[in-house]
Design a protein around this ligand. Structure first.
Ligand code: DGJ
Length: 536
């Protein structure tokens, strides 16, 4: 109480904006807004940062769900990503069973979590494994893709209207149901439509129908949208013609399903992508081949532009990132963070080496992040433990998730992440600069040692002309004036550790002495500091 009384007007601008946001549109459905190329995901009128966690593929069953929730709670996630299976909701054509979905929704609410619904329909990891048996057993009606040898493969054809319409009927029934059970509550934030769509086994469909379509001109809508000259697929796309053809029909197929689903239940909808990874060192894998190394037709790096033209109803294209190669991870963040595409990582590795990428994603303005397979059901974590470093991140950010989302939307947030040989980094806020040094001890005049596995991370956000929110893990943050060292003609007026409770900053103590010597020193305490600086 004493601390609270002493800081009654701390950083009012952010609080005021948050208050106005929440009064303005408390009844609105979740939506993505953009401003100056930056994005905010508005939920119940407030910017929302998805601290997501995806459960394993076979975990969204009533018999398994009770084991799922403790893992999510321990992790400090605010959102669960969970699949809805076509084969389960439509066991007979037109006969729907939403008991699993209702159970999932109910239990997510009981555990105070938001929900991202993953529609496992026509595609799952570039195959058709979640299609109901009545689809799988009737290839004459629901055609498979045909490979270049004329053989059917384990993937439904994206060129088939019957396939699309069968999926659409199910998705419309699902979304109509979701509207009836969640239309006014907004537990469900997003729907992922299909899962890592595409074809494993062929670069495109070589069925008679698809071959006829391939021989035609590229639709003018696509050539115009890509600013290309008209021509056949081969003329327009050259060596990428087969993949572009597959991507177009697939993106149109999903766009149609999304459009029909949004007419029922208007939440943002996205697709996730099995990305194209760099060719491995092994000689036989030096070439990255669509349909072999990744599902052909998905919104991989070089197909994003095409997907944006083909599927305007899709709100986001999110990369699933399963490499902890930092250079490649960052390249993917740069590729998918576009003025027409909010950055959203719907899946990433749950291991500790992936945790620092959360900070990179925040630094690129991400609206959310979600490690995969986090439930302790003996699959990912066989020793009964859960993610450690991701938990540390979420525990730090969860109490202020909305503030972080807002500061990011306003372009006031920067992050620094340790890399080999980069134990010291600078963040530039114009009149103030911050030097971030990773690892301890850091004796005077010596280079910071860094951490043994380069896991240091820090976040700094500007709250006012001389005020910053600062946090980090194994990091020292020292502010200084441009072209001066820390401590020259400036000092810390006050460094207040606190926490956010219901969006309101609650001071806990003043940091000083060892905690602020040579900078704000963050180890693994999960502390958040509001620091005010002065020049003299
Ligand atoms: C990516 C898929 O999208 C997930 O459903 C799951 O299969 C993971 N791969 C497994 O690593």
């Amino acid at each position: 109480m004493a601390m609270r009384a002493r800081f009654p007007r701390a950083f009012p601008a952010v609080l005021l904006i948050l208050a106005l946001c929440s009064i303005a549109s408390a009844a609105d459905a979740p939506k993505i807004v953009s401003q100056n190329g930056r994005f905010a995901f508005m939920v119940d009128g407030r910017p929302y940062l998805i601290l997501g966690a995806q459960i394993n593929n076979s975990s969204a069953w009533p018999s398994v769900l009770p084991k799922v929730w403790p893992s999510l709670e321990d992790m400090h996630a605010n959102t669960v990503e969970a699949p809805v299976y076509w084969e389960q909701i439509e066991p007979q054509p037109g006969k729907f069973d939403f008991t699993n979905v209702d159970d999932l929704l109910q239990q997510a609410r009981q555990h105070h979590l938001h929900l991202v619904v993953l529609w496992f329909g026509t595609w799952k990891n570039g195959q058709m494994h979640y299609a109901p048996t009545w689809v799988k057993t009737d290839p004459a009606r629901y055609p498979r893709m045909i490979n270049s040898h004329g053989e059917p493969i384990d993937v439904l054809s994206a060129n088939s209207v019957a396939n699309r319409d069968a999926d659409k009927v199910a998705f419309v029934a699902l979304t109509r149901h979701l509207q009836s059970v969640d239309g006014s509550q907004h537990t469900i934030l997003l729907i992922q439509v299909e899962n890592e769509s595409g074809a494993i086994g062929t670069v495109r469909d070589y069925s008679a129908l698809a071959n006829q379509q391939f021989a035609k001109q590229v639709p003018s809508e696509l050539t115009a949208g890509l600013h290309k000259k008209p021509g056949t697929w081969t003329q327009v796309f050259g060596p990428d013609a087969d993949e572009a053809f597959q991507a177009w029909y697939q993106a149109r197929y999903i766009n149609d399903i999304v459009t029909a689903g949004k007419a029922q239940f208007n939440v943002p909808m996205y697709v996730n992508v099995w990305v194209s990874y760099p060719a491995a060192e092994l000689p036989e894998r030096r070439v990255t081949v669509p349909g072999i190394n990744y599902p052909s037709g998905g919104a991989v790096q070089k197909m994003i532009d095409l997907w944006k033209v083909a599927a305007p109803a899709i709100d986001m294209i999110g990369p699933d990132i399963y490499t902890d190669d930092s250079g490649f991870y960052r390249e993917l963040l740069r590729t998918y963070a576009r003025p027409d595409n909010p950055l959203w990582i719907p899946e990433t590795g749950s291991g500790d080496s992936f945790a620092k990428f959360f900070f990179y994603a925040l630094g690129k303005g991400a609206i959310g992040f979600s490690p995969f397979g986090i439930d302790r059901t003996g699959w990912t974590f066989t020793d009964g433990t859960g993610p450690k470093a991701h938990t540390e991140n979420y525990a730090l950010i969860a109490p202020m998730d909305s503030q972080i989302a807002l500061l990011n939307f306003e372009g006031k947030l920067k992050t620094a992440v340790e890399e080999p040989g980069k134990a010291q980094q600078e963040l530039d806020f114009g009149q103030w600069q911050a030097t971030i040094s990773f690892g301890f001890p850091q004796p005077d005049g010596r280079r910071p040692p860094g951490t043994p596995d380069f896991h240091g991370r820090a976040l700094v956000a500007q709250l006012g002309p001389n005020e910053f929110l600062v946090t980090g893990i194994d990091a020292r943050v020292s502010f200084h004036l441009p072209s001066r060292l820390a401590g020259q003609r400036m000092n810390i007026l006050q460094a207040v550790q606190g926490t956010y409770v219901d969006g309101k900053w609650e001071p806990l103590r003043i940091w000083n002495g060892d905690q602020t010597d040579r900078g704000l020193n963050f180890k693994h305490g999960g502390e958040v500091i509001h620091v005010s600086l002065a020049k003299f």
